[in-house]
Design a protein around this ligand. Structure first.
Ligand code: SF4
Ligand code: SF4
Length: 457
């Protein structure tokens, strides 16, 4: 098999997986199959949206992340964190305590990435001035959405906004700032505190960039526990002082639903939730909806507040972030110009993304002519399947099974309905049928004795 297109942050722990197929049915890109009673993720179709992680009843899907201690590989350790991180903490814990505690536990510098939003917002408005661009412009903010477009809506890749994200800008800024102070590049470690798995994947295998300037991604949930515990233990280190970054209201709210779309020109819509985004992108692709200038799509409900690595409830996070905005307004909303603006022109030059290529999810063959032949064959096979998408074959839909068949990963006999026909025609016997079921669902998944006798049916 060819090397996978992307690094993936979500993995299945086979020891824990019970083969219940909940993840298979929830996956928006049909990336999961059940094989020998375990979930298997097709790396070329997975977009790291985290839907499988949300629905797994036994936590068999885990996030492959950088360990906290990797920060100590660097002399200068920068924590870049999104505003939703502050939104996790209860009201009695102030932002200044969070900043200070991050320094106490090992970071040498802390920076809230939304301070970079002002520069990004300005760049998006300039980008929109070029009216020859494909419309709607699809925000590049959510890495799971970029990958969704690549694998499911290849005809829309040119619509993706070819500008980086606030965390890209913040990382570039901090690195340059430290280098300008005379610090050696190799001594600087920039760590993004992530609320989602897609961001980890984006850092490890960025789209539209050769290499991310971010050195690693730390799970927000783990870091929250570490910081919260330290604050609750008391004994703060009084030699350390930290002032929270001042943010404009729109910067605080940027990562939430409507945060971005409310700050661009023209008709802009905000869609959250991966399945909602898919439904809407389908309409865009089929030209059922037109006249939209900008589309903010986020894989998670409520934007980054809904990320799978947030320890707190997304609605409470949103409420806390809105309270922070209200407090800003009470103070008059005066923001001191930030040091990042001294680097504005430099950062704007770094902002454009390279080409974003389609990654057709069919993946039937690397040769286009062969792929077309296989697609036609898959369509023919699909007509012989019952079309009820029962999932008993270990694939989420009859169409997915027909694609697996032409890829050589399955056979028609995996369909339980086809098995009946084959048995009736004497083409397979009962033992073969059971062997197929065992291969998909694992041995002894089905009771073999008399159900009548054993269970008094
Ligand atoms: S992360 Fe999303 S795309 Fe990947 S397997 Fe899970 S549900 Fe499917
Ligand atoms: S949801 Fe998926 S990973 Fe979790 S137990 Fe069920 S089959 Fe396994």
């Amino acid at each position: 098999m060819d090397a996978p297109f992307f690094f993936h942050a979500l993995k299945v722990n086979e020891e824990v997986c019970i083969g219940c197929s909940h993840c298979m049915n929830a996956c928006p890109t049909e990336a999961i199959r059940i094989w020998r009673g375990k979930a298997v993720i097709d790396e070329n179709q997975c977009i790291d949206c985290g839907e499988c992680h949300r629905v797994c009843p036994v936590n068999a899907i885990y996030v492959d992340q950088d360990e906290f201690d990797t920060i100590f590989n660097y002399k200068y350790r920068v924590a870049l964190f999104p505003s939703v991180f502050i939104g996790q903490f209860p009201d009695e814990i102030k932002a200044s305590q969070v900043y200070k505690t991050l320094l106490e536990i090992g970071f040498t510098h802390v920076y809230e990435v939304e301070r970079a939003v002002e520069i990004l917002n300005e760049s998006i408005l300039e980008y929109q001035e070029d009216t020859s661009r494909e419309h709607p412009i699809i925000s590049s903010f959510c890495p799971a959405i970029i990958r969704l477009v690549q694998v499911k809506f290849p005809s829309l890749v040119d619509n993706i906004l070819k500008l980086g994200t606030p965390s890209d800008i913040a990382a570039q800024f901090y690195k340059k700032k430290l280098i300008d102070k005379g610090i050696a590049k190799e001594d600087i470690g920039i760590f993004y505190i992530t609320p989602c798995a897609a961001k980890i994947a984006a850092i490890k295998s960025p789209v539209g960039e050769e290499k991310s300037v971010v050195s690693g991604a730390i799970n927000l949930n783990n870091l929250y526990n570490r910081v919260y515990r330290k604050i609750k233990e008391g004994n703060p280190d009084n030699t350390i002082e930290a002032e929270p970054t001042e943010l404009y209201d729109f910067e605080i709210l940027w990562t939430l639903t409507k945060g971005e779309s409310s700050r661009v020109n023209g008709r802009a819509l905000a869609i959250d939730g991966i399945h909602n985004a898919m439904e809407f992108l389908e309409k865009v692709e089929n030209e059922e909806v037109t006249g939209i200038d900008f589309l903010e799509c986020r894989a998670c409900h409520e934007g980054c507040a809904g990320g799978i690595l947030n320890p707190q409830n997304r609605f409470l996070i949103v409420e806390r972030m809105q309270d922070r905005v209200a407090r800003n307004r009470e103070k008059g909303g005066n923001i001191t110009p930030s040091g990042i603006n001294n680097y504005k022109e430099y950062l704007k030059r770094k902002l454009p993304l390279g080409e974003v290529v389609p990654r057709s999810m069919m993946m039937l063959d690397t040769n286009m002519a062969e792929a077309m032949k296989k697609m036609k064959l898959a369509q023919k096979i699909e007509t012989q399947l019952p079309g009820i998408d029962c999932g008993a074959c270990g694939a989420p839909t009859c169409r997915a099974l027909s694609e697996d068949i032409v890829k050589g990963n399955a056979s028609l006999s995996h369909c339980v309905f086809v098995q009946k026909v084959l048995m009736k025609n004497g083409e397979i016997n009962m033992d073969t049928a059971f062997a197929i079921i065992d291969k998909i669902w694992g041995e002894q998944r089905v009771v073999r004795g008399s159900l009548k006798k054993n269970n008094e049916i």
